[in-house]
Design a protein around this ligand. Structure first.
Ligand code: ZN
Length: 489
């Protein structure tokens, strides 16, 4: 655990007193001047590094390529579901653009996955008031069969209420779970409410339900249902599962509150392609002194299929690619390697992140720190880090000072994070830095057909680029270890 800002310079002082005692006068004077020169050179190097960081920040704020990149991705590729032909086109697009920009070690690291495909879906109220419903199948949902599924609905206010339902009480019925997700700046309620989406279907099946409906895990009031992946339990029957848009969820809750029994019909046509191709696209600025040490930045390249994946996560692709580009165009060569990873198949269970961890298992300890951009295109307002070393805290204080003028406050917490695709590396001990974005409207758009590029603001993206460039540059140009300090012998 560490908290910052800390007092810089409280560690690593040269052991002057001991040197004076043990050496002759001339020798100690020579050593002292050498030490002083080294300390001066290190301080000079750090000052120069900070000056470059300030320059990167200012250039980004004047306008970066982030908006251009996300516009091209969402226009020239569009939606790019994990394991699909469209995701393959996104990789080809990324490889071409990264090669054109002249980055080093541009490559695709492929992996195989079972790819879910959506073909058709729909829903309607049969009784008491027949009318269509705006629904979307959850990612991974099985098909209903071509006749659809018609059944009475049992409504639950929360997932916990569904959990409390007696076994067998939902035989022949469709279970519906509502919730009360609230708008927050940091999206903090998502983790809690998305359990209704991921775990809900198998919990409903365990009570005998034939189908599962949820109120979209989202904060908007439009007729855009929010998709997102579900997770079937191995030991439960797999039942079709769909999300209702928030106004449609209001509608069925209103009807049910009237006391009449509610009957709906839903249909899903989906399939799974076994051993489909996905991949992680990688590009680097190689380190000039310790190229084996890696600072990871990136975003995920896949998206859901309803919108064009602009805020999730085209924005992150634009932000991190533009940050890397800025460092390269400034002609800067950091001590360590900066690696951009555009992760594949994040949405369906961090498959790219897990494939990366497996492939790079022997080099995980060389990943000195990482940060992913995966929370839309809102401005960054806070920076937190989980450095385990004092030297790391000092460097983060430098970063915070550089980012303060563009509206980023230093957080006093050290909550772990840094982006979902980093979880496997975090579990393996990699420290992370988190650039917290304002996500007040993120869950209005997340996983919906409304996730399109017109929602992004290029000045806000540029501010994100500035922060990522400052982070990546300073972390890569230092020799600071962010991992736990070894206790001296
Ligand atoms: Zn995402």
């Amino acid at each position: 655990m560490s908290y910052w800002p800390v007092q810089p310079g409280s560690h690593r002082r040269p052991p002057m007193k001991r040197l004076r005692r043990n050496c002759g006068v001339a020798l100690s004077a020579l050593l002292l001047s050498l030490l002083a020169f080294k300390a001066f050179a290190v301080a000079e190097g750090a000052a120069e590094s900070r000056a470059h960081a300030a320059l990167l920040r200012d250039r980004a704020m004047m306008g970066s390529n982030a908006m251009r990149i996300v516009t091209d991705l969402t226009t020239q590729v569009g939606p790019r579901l994990a394991g699909s032909e469209a995701e393959a086109r996104a990789r080809a697009w990324a490889l071409a653009i990264l090669n054109k920009k002249g980055f080093a070690n541009v490559r695709n690291e492929p992996f195989e996955m079972d790819a879910w495909q959506r073909h058709d879906e729909g829903g309607q109220i049969l009784a008491p008031y027949p009318q269509p419903l705006a629904v979307s199948a959850l990612g991974g949902s099985v098909s209903t069969g071509k006749d659809g599924l018609s059944a009475d609905v049992t409504l639950f206010e929360t997932l916990d209420d569904l959990k409390d339902a007696p076994k067998g009480s939902l035989e022949g019925r469709i279970a519906y779970v509502g919730h009360a997700m609230q708008r927050t700046q940091d999206g903090s309620s998502y983790g809690y409410f998305n359990d209704a989406r991921t775990a809900g279907p198998s919990i409903a099946a365990s009570k005998g339900a034939l189908g599962y409906l949820i109120r979209s895990v989202g904060t908007d009031s439009h007729r855009f249902p929010h998709t997102g992946s579900l997770r079937y339990s191995e030991d439960m029957p797999r039942i079709p599962a769909l999300a209702l848009s928030n106004p449609d969820a209001d509608q069925i809750e209103r009807i049910a509150a009237g006391g009449q029994s509610l009957s709906v019909k839903v249909w899903v046509d989906s399939s799974v392609v076994p051993a489909a191709q996905s991949g992680n696209v990688i590009a680097e600025i190689p380190g000039r002194e310790t190229p084996d040490e890696i600072v990871v930045i990136g975003a995920h390249l896949d998206s859901w299929d309803l919108g064009t994946g602009a805020i999730d996560d085209g924005a992150g692709v634009g932000i991190t690619m533009a940050a890397l580009e800025l460092i390269k165009e400034a002609g800067l060569a950091p001590r360590r390697t900066i690696r951009l990873v555009l992760w594949g198949a994040e949405e369906v269970g961090l498959l790219g992140a897990l494939a990366y961890r497996d492939k790079h298992e022997a080099a995980v300890a060389n990943h000195v720190i990482g940060s992913e951009s995966d929370f839309g295109g809102g401005r960054i307002w806070k920076i937190t880090a989980d450095s385990q070393s004092k030297a790391g805290d000092t460097l983060f204080s430098d970063m915070a000072r550089l980012l303060a003028p563009i509206g980023v406050a230093a957080g006093s917490d050290d909550e772990p994070g840094g982006g979902p695709d980093l979880y496997p590396l975090i579990a393996a001990g990699m420290p992370t830095l988190r650039l917290h974005q304002d996500g007040s409207d993120y869950f209005d758009l997340h996983h919906t057909a409304d996730d399109t590029v017109d929602k992004l603001d290029s000045a806000a993206l540029d501010q994100n680029v500035a922060a990522f460039a400052v982070f990546a540059w300073l972390a890569a140009d230092s020799d600071v270890s962010f991992r736990a300090e070894k206790t001296p012998e």
